[in-house]
Design a protein around this ligand. Structure first.
Ligand SMILES: Cc1ncc(C[n+]2csc(CCOP(=O)(O)OP(=O)(O)O)c2C)c(N)n1
Length: 324
C-alpha cells in the first residue's frame, strides 16, 4: 500500500473532485443543448485546487470566487440541486434564479459569491477577514482569483491591506495559463505570479495545482498561519484550463501542444488511480461513486426543470437590505 502523505479523508477529496468534474461535464452538455441561459465558464482541469483549498477550511470559514465558480461552490459544500436550479434561472436556485452561473452565493455556507467582475472577490474576502479579526472568532477567508486577475487593482489593494493589518486571508491564484484568449506569458512580465507577494512582504508558495494533497497541505499551513494572527498568504496553483474561456469558445488561440502535457497530469484521473493502487477504494467502489453522482445530477436537473421561473415583479425584490 502506498504511504499516505496526508491526514485528510482521501476518499472525500476524490468524491468532491469527481462531483465537480461530472457537474461541469453535465453543465457543458446542457449548455450545448440550449438548456441553460447566459454564459457558462467551466472549471474542468482545476478540481484539485478548489477541493484541496476548501478541505483545509471549517464550515464557518469564508470563500470568495470568480466567474469560474461552480467548482469553488461545490468544494465549499453547496448543494448541486440548488446550483443547477440557479443555472436554469429558477426560483429554487441559490439566488432565486436571478444570478445564474456567475452569481452563485450562499452566505450561510460561507460562500460569498461567484463574481463576474475580475478580482472583485479579493476585497470582499478582505472584508470578511477583517470582520473575523474584529470579532476574534478565528475564521479565515480564502479568495480564489485567476492569473489574469493578478494584474487588476482590487487584488493589489486588498493584498496591501491584508498584509498591513495581518488579516486572516488566503489568496489562491489559479494560474490556468490563460486569461480569456491570451496566454499568461503574453500578459505578465513575471513567469511566477507569486512573486508579486514579495512586494507586500507576504509569504508566497507555488503549488502543483493538479495534486489535491499538495494543495491541501499548502492551504492548511496558510490557514494555520491566518488563524494564529500571522496574516495572509498567497498560493499560486499551477493548473490548466481544459475548456475554452466560455462554453462555445472555439479556442483558436490555444497552442495544441499545451493540452497533452497537462492531460497526463489530470487531477481526477491521477488521484483515483493513486487511491485504487493504495487500496483506499476499490475499482468497484469508484465506479459506484460515479454512478451515484450521475444519479444525483439527474435529480438536480429534474428539480431545476420542474421549478418555476421568477415572476417579472421579482426584479424589484432584494434591491435593498431589509434588516441591518
Ligand atoms: C474588471 C473586469 N475586467 C475585464 C473583464 C472581462 N473578463 C472576464 S474573464 C476575463 C479573464 C480573466 O482571466 P483569469 O483571471 O485568468 O481567469 P480564467 O478565466 O483564466 O479562469 C476578463 C478579462 C471583467 N469581467 N471584469
Amino acid at each position: 500500500m502506498a504511504e499516505s502523505t496526508t491526514d485528510v479523508d482521501q476518499s472525500l477529496l476524490l468524491e468532491r473532485m469527481e462531483l465537480i468534474r461530472r457537474f461541469e461535464t453535465r453543465v457543458g452538455e446542457l449548455f450545448a443543448d440550449n438548456e441553460i441561459p447566459g454564459f457558462v465558464h467551466l472549471y474542468i482541469g482545476s478540481e484539485a485546487v478548489a477541493v484541496g483549498a476548501c478541505s483545509a477550511l471549517e464550515e464557518s470559514d469564508y470563500i470568495t470566487s470568480t466567474h469560474r465558480g461552480h467548482g469553488h461552490a461545490l468544494a465549499k459544500g453547496l448543494d448541486p440541486k440548488k446550483m443547477m436550479a440557479e443555472l436554469y434561472g429558477r426560483t429554487t436556485g441559490y439566488c432565486n434564479g436571478k444570478g445564474g452561473s456567475m452569481h452563485i452565493a450562499d452566505v450561510d455556507a460561507g460562500m460569498l459569491g461567484a463574481n463576474g467582475i475580475v478580482a472583485a472577490g479579493t476585497p470582499i474576502g478582505g472584508g470578511a477577514a477583517l470582520a473575523s479579526q474584529i470579532r476574534g472568532d478565528g475564521d479565515v477567508a480564502v479568495s480564489f482569483l485567476g492569473d489574469g486577475a493578478t494584474s487588476n487593482g482590487p487584488y493589489h489593494e486588498a493584498l496591501h491591506l491584508a498584509a498591513l493589518w495581518d488579516l486572516p486571508q488566503i489568496y489562491v491564484v489559479e494560474n490556468n495559463h490563460y486569461g480569456e484568449m491570451t496566454s499568461v506569458h503574453d500578459q505578465h512580465p513575471v513567469s511566477d505570479l507569486v512573486k508579486q507577494a514579495d512586494a507586500y512582504d507576504v509569504p508566497g508558495e507555488i503549488v502543483n495545482g493538479q495534486d489535491v494533497e499538495e494543495m491541501y497541505e499548502a492551504s492548511q499551513e496558510a490557514v494555520e498561519r491566518a488563524r494564529d494572527g500571522d496574516g495572509p498568504t498567497v498560493i499560486e496553483a499551477k493548473t490548466y484550463r481544459y475548456k475554452g474561456h466560455y462554453e462555445g469558445d472555439p479556442q483558436w488561440y490555444k497552442e495544441n501542444e499545451d493540452l497533452p502535457d497537462w492531460r497526463t497530469a489530470d487531477p481526477v484521473e491521477t488521484y483515483s488511480e493513486k487511491l485504487i493502487d493504495a487500496g483506499v477504494i476499490s475499482e468497484d467502489e469508484y465506479e459506484e461513486l460515479g454512478e451515484s453522482i450521475e444519479k444525483e445530477l439527474d435529480e438536480a436537473v429534474e428539480f431545476a426543470k420542474d421549478s418555476p421561473l421568477p415572476e417579472p415583479d421579482a426584479a424589484y425584490e432584494g434591491l435593498y437590505a431589509e434588516e441591518l
